[in-house]
Design a protein. Structure first.
Lengths: 305, 260
């Protein structure tokens, strides 16, 4: 079978997997199987982070993202964020468990000193303890909400990232419930980003999806804005080389080189997750994936769209 | 020396447009440009067009104009949040219904960008970014390295854009500039009711950027909007200067400066 090929148009987004697959929790939908004692991928050194940021800046990078695993397990993360923010807007993806008062204060200092925006994305998967902890583990809900409230008290507005595990019909009600849970926890101006569930890693077992479901074809991409696909604008640096995007890190064919400069090759879209990216577009960026709830559906049915 | 008046998104705000045009005339600007998004948000879309023609404003297409001209189902604003899209649909459906076929046909004739040389400097006018009509370029998420890449790629010394709704300017070595000219359509989320346009002066090697505040009768605009049945949330933005909708695209720093 011939898979569609996507070239790197421009490196807009540099992703750094700073703590590899090491995490302090093991979510049931984790797309890269991160967890405690999972060392498939290891930590990046601060020297490596500086070197690859330098290389990305020379080629005109637009945004830098820190991911893992859990990035706050890296003892030098705050230094890395400060360095990154000297050059570009920076985002860190976290479960929030390690953000105590001292860390929240430190992050606020880093943010206030920076020319560019710092986004702290805290993951949450339910608006009740029961819903969230079934996916993320016991006690995580309370700790994540406490972290969000701490950041809010410091004047920061974290982006709460929720993976969509509900139906279209429940969309607006679910968003409203998340919003009121966050307000009740002390986050007065909640910002929420929705992500689609990805048919990768532990999510395959959770949703019982068949991994050979759907693949992209040239026909599907005909007339489609290929710039929405991360492979056209992103690369992920890990301790084992550079991958085409943050999602395909467990696929050996998605490793494109050992450094950013030699990882610019075109990529064949041969995975189910590529279909998710195609449907929702730019899913790893800081805005919500393009998900339309019942509101849009009824508009369409009424002929208003 | 040449002085250019640069207007960003008008969003149907014909009252602010008229005040800005008068101001630019008083200041004796040599040429007037509008960087697109004539429609959206405000009342009576067709009232914008005669003003643009009477004052001889050179216009380019924004995503809104491109949608209206092509009869598309949405504004291509680039929002992804469900609430943002809900309000974007109300405004687009209203503007689509109330823009005449003649004006839609005129929008079809507009270029997507304009390029010219002034005093030896290469100037590019576009709506979102040189590479994409609906790309948001915010001050705190557009690093120097990226703007330099855009200037190199566009073979330009000065790039002017709008789309995001908040003005800013970055000077880059050697004497290159990126300018977001702001918008006339709604205030810029700072609690003030005025809107903004940009005066760009090119004088030999000197490039001068001045952001001009425009006061206009926003209370009359609010009455117009109410009469047209536009959402209360839109009217609130006009009368308070704080954005109440389409906020989820804002980066952290820009969002933190606002009220909502």
């Amino acid at each position: 079978m011939n898979f569609p090929e996507i070239a790197l148009t421009h490196l807009d987004n540099l992703w750094l997997q700073v703590t590899g697959t090491l995490c302090n929790i093991a979510c049931t939908h984790c797309f890269n199987n991160s967890g405690p004692n999972v060392r498939t991928f290891g930590f990046l050194s601060i020297e490596k982070v500086r070197e690859e940021i330098g290389s990305a800046v020379r080629s005109g990078v637009k945004e830098i993202f820190f991911t893992g695993g859990e990035p706050f397990l890296h003892p030098r993360l705050p230094e890395m964020l400060s360095f990154s923010l000297e050059h570009a807007p920076t985002t860190v993806l976290t479960n929030g468990l390690l953000i105590n008062d001292r860390m929240a204060e430190r992050l606020a200092r880093i943010e206030h000193a920076a020319r560019y925006s710092l986004e702290i994305r805290v993951s949450l998967d339910g608006y009740t303890e029961e819903m969230n902890d079934a996916i993320r583990g016991s006690g995580v809900y309370r700790q994540a909400l406490a972290a969000v409230a701490r950041l809010s008290r410091q004047g920061l507005l974290p982006l709460v990232t929720i993976v969509r595990t509900w139906s279209d019909e429940a969309e607006l009600a679910t968003l409203a419930a998340f919003s009121s849970a966050l307000r009740a926890a002390g986050y007065g101006r909640p910002r929420i980003k929705m992500l689609p569930a990805l048919p990768l890693g532990r999510e395959l077992e959770r949703s019982a999806e068949t991994p050979t479901d759907a693949l992209l074809t040239e026909d599907l991409l005909d007339g489609f804005d290929r710039d929405l696909l991360m492979c056209s604008n992103s690369r992920l640096v890990t301790d084992r080389g550079v991958w085409v995007c943050p999602l395909l890190v467990e696929k050996p064919d998605a490793r494109l080189g050992s450094t950013l400069t030699d990882a610019r090759a075109t990529y064949e879209l041969r995975h189910n997750a590529c279909v998710t990216c195609y449907h929702y577009g730019t899913i790893c960026g800081n805005v919500s994936a393009l998900i339309e709830g019942p509101d849009a559906q009824s508009e369409r049915e009424n002929g208003n769209l | 020396m040449k002085q250019l008046a640069l207007f960003g998104g008008i969003y149907n705000n014909y009252r602010a447009l008229e005040a800005a045009l008068e101001d630019a005339r008083r200041r004796k600007a040599d040429d007037l440009y509008c960087l697109g998004d004539l429609g959206a948000f405000g009342p009576y879309p067709d009232r914008v067009y005669p003003l643009l023609r009477n004052y001889d404003v050179h216009c380019i297409q924004g995503n809104y104009d491109n949608s209206l001209a092509g009869g598309l189902a949405d504004c291509q604003c680039g929002y992804t949040d469900p609430r943002d899209n809900h309000f974007a649909r109300i405004s687009y459906n209203y503007t689509f219904k109330n823009t005449s076929d003649q004006n839609k046909a005129w929008l079809r004739t507009l270029p997507e960008s304009l390029r010219f040389d002034v005093e030896g400097r290469r100037v590019l006018l576009c709506h979102g970014s040189p590479r994409k009509m609906n790309e948001f370029l915010w001050e705190t998420t557009s690093p120097d390295s990226f703007l330099e890449y855009l200037l190199d790629k566009a073979n330009a010394d000065v790039i002017c854009a709008t789309h995001s709704g908040i003005k800013w300017h970055r000077a880059l070595a050697p004497n290159r500039h990126f300018i977001n000219v702001g918008v006339l359509g709604r205030p810029e989320n700072d609690g003030s009711t005025n809107v903004w346009y940009t005066l760009l002066t090119l004088d030999g090697a000197e490039v001068k950027v001045e952001f001009v505040p425009v006061e206009y009768d926003f209370e009359k605009l609010a009455v117009d909007m109410e009469a047209e049945g536009l959402p209360i949330q839109f009217i609130e933005t006009i009368t308070t200067g704080w954005w109440t909708t389409c906020l989820e695209v804002l980066p952290h720093k820009e969002r933190a400066r606002g009220r909502f």
